[in-house]
Design a protein around this ligand. Sequence first.
Ligand code: GLC
Ligand code: GLC
Length: 641
Amino acid sequence: MLNELQTKQALQQVLDSVELPKLTKKDEKVFLERLAQHFPSLIGQLHTLYGERYDFFLYLQKLVVVLAKAFAGRKRKWKNLDEKRLSNPSWYRSEKMLGMAVYVDLFAGDLKKLQMKIPYLKSLGINYLHLMPLYKAPEGDSDGGYAVSDYRKVDPKLGTEKDLAQLAEALSDEGISLVLDFVFNHTSDEHQWAEQARKGNPEFKDFYYFFTDKQEVEEYNQTCREIFPTVRRGSFTFLEDVEKYVWTTFNSFQWDLNYSNPAVFNAITDEMLFLANIGCEGLRLDALAFIWKEKWTQCESLPKAHTLIQCFNTCLQIAAPAVLFKSEAIVHPDEVAQYIDKQECQLSYNPLMMALMWESLATRETKLLTASLKKSFEISDQCSWVNYIRCHDDIGWTFDDAVAEQLGINGYEHRRFLNQFYTGKFDGSFSQGVPFQENPTTGDCRVCGSLASLAGLERAIEADDSQAIEHALKRIRLLNSINLSIGGIPLIYQGDELGILNDHSYLNDEFKREDARWVNRPQISPQAVALAETKGSYQHRINQDLKQMIALRRNHPEFGNAKTEILETYRSQLFAYCRTNAKGEQLLALCNFAESTQSIPASICDILGSRRPRDLLSGNQLVGEDILLAAYDVLWLKVTE
Ligand code: GLC
Ligand code: GLC
C-alpha cells in the first residue's frame, strides 16, 4: 500500500505523463479537485486488484485519460445534475421516491412512444424509471437483452441512440431519474471484443476466460453454482471452431469478462461512463456477485469482486458523481449486505424481504420474515433498499438457513414446499406460478409468475370464487403496502399496477419457450390499462388500492428518510414495524398475513406514545383495548393530534 506522500507523487506523475483533453478553466478545476479527492481510493483499489503487475502504472495512466475524456464529453446538463446531487447526497431517501421497471417494447413499443408515456408515469408518481436492457443484442435469444453486443448502440427495434438521448433529457426535465442496466459480468458472443478474442487477436484474447484443458474446467465446475442448469450443465461452453472452453455463467452466448486483466477494467469503465453520459442517474449492476473468479472457490462475492465494484464507483465519483449504483445480488442475505455501502452500492435490491413476504403468504406465519428482517433489514443510513415484490426474473428462496433453523424450519425442505406451493402443486395452494430451472442434481428450483397470479387472482377467477378473489386482492394490497412503507425505494414492476395475470404467449416463441421467466414479462396493452380504469373490475381495485397508498406515502415524511424497527408481535400471523424519522415523526404498520381475523393488544401502539393513533388507510382512529385485523388487513398507524 502507498502512503500519503507516495499517493500524491503518483498522482503528479500521472498528470505529468498523460495528455488530458481540453476543458474550460472551471471544468478543469472541478475535475482535478475530484481526481485529487478520490485518487487515494482509486490507486488503493486498483493496487489491490492489479498491483502485482509490472505494467500497473501504464493502466493507471490510461484509466485517468478515460475518466478525463468522459468528464470532458459530459453534457452541461448532467454536470449540473452532478452538483445538485452532491449537494443533497441523501436525495434518494425521500418519501417522494417511487420506481418502476419496464421493458421499452413491452411497455410502450419503442423509445419515442415511451416518451409519450411520461404523463402516465407521472400520474402514478413514478420518478425513478428502470428501462430493461435496451442495447444491441443478438437476434433471437438474448436473455431478455442481458447479452449485450454493443453498449453504445440501441437495439434498432427500440429506436436510435438519438431517441434514447432525447428520452433521457425529457425524463430528467420531468423529474424522473433514468436507471439503466450495467451488464458488466459478461458480453454477448457477438460483441466485437468477443469476436476479436475468438479470432485470437492478442489485444482481446485475455478479455474472456478461455481454457483448453478439460480437467481445469471440471475443477472450476466442482465449486461453482449452476445458474441455468436446464440450459447447460456447468459454467462453461465448448467452442467447436477454436476448440476451447469459454466461461459462461449464464447462457452459452453470454461470455464472462476476465477482470483479472486490467485492460478489461479500463475498457468497461469507458463503457460505463458512456452510459452515465446518456444521462442516467442509476446503474443496475447486473449479476455483480460473479465478476471475480478464483480457483477452488464458489466464484461468487469474492473480496476482489467488492474491490472491483468500489473501484468502478470511485471512477463515477470522479467523472459522473450523479450516478448511483444499484446492487443486483440475489444471494445469501449476509452477502447481499456486503455490497451495500456508500463507497460501493448506494442502492440494493432487497431479495430477502421479497422472498419472505411470499413465504409468509404461503405459510400464514411471519416468524421467518420477522426474524430475518430483524437481522438484515438495517443498512447504512447513507444507502437505501430498493424494495420489490416481483421483477422480470424468477423468485429464488434466498433466506438464511441458520435463521430458519433456529425457528425449527429446515431450509431445504422449506424451499421445496415453497416451490410446490407457488407452482400450485401443493394441495390448497392459491397460487399459479411456473417452475424455473429445476436442477436435477440438487433438486433446486425457482418460481416465475406475475404478482396477481402468484397472489391467487388467476386461480380464483378460474374457480369463479368470490371469496378467493377477495383474498387475492387483499394479498396484493398487503404486499404493496409493505413495499411502499417499510423503508427504501419501492420498485413497481410493469403491469403489476394493472393486476396483469401470467402471460403464456411465450410458449409460442421458439426463442422464449425454454425460459419461463417470460410468463411474467407481459405486453402492457391499451386494453390492460383500460381495464384498470374500469370501475368495478378487479384490476381497478388493485390500481386504486395502490394509488391510495402511493398518495399517502408521498405526503408523509415518515415514509422517507427514517429508521425502521421490526417489531415482535407474538402473534404468528402478524407482522409489524415502526418507522421513526429525525424529527420524531412515526408510523406503525401492522399486517395480517392470514385470511382469519387476528387481534393484538393496543399496547403495541405504546411505541407511538398513544393507544389512539389513526389508521391513515381507513381514516379511522383506534378505540378499545384490542386491535382487530380482518383477512390480510393492513393498518398504517400514526398519532395525528
Ligand atoms: C441478471 C438478470 C437476469 C439475467 C442475468 C444474466 O440476473 O436479472 O435476467 O438472466 O442477470 O445477465
Ligand atoms: C441467479 C442469479 C441472479 C439472477 C438469476 C436469473 O439466481 O444469482 O442474479 O437474477 O439467476 O435467473
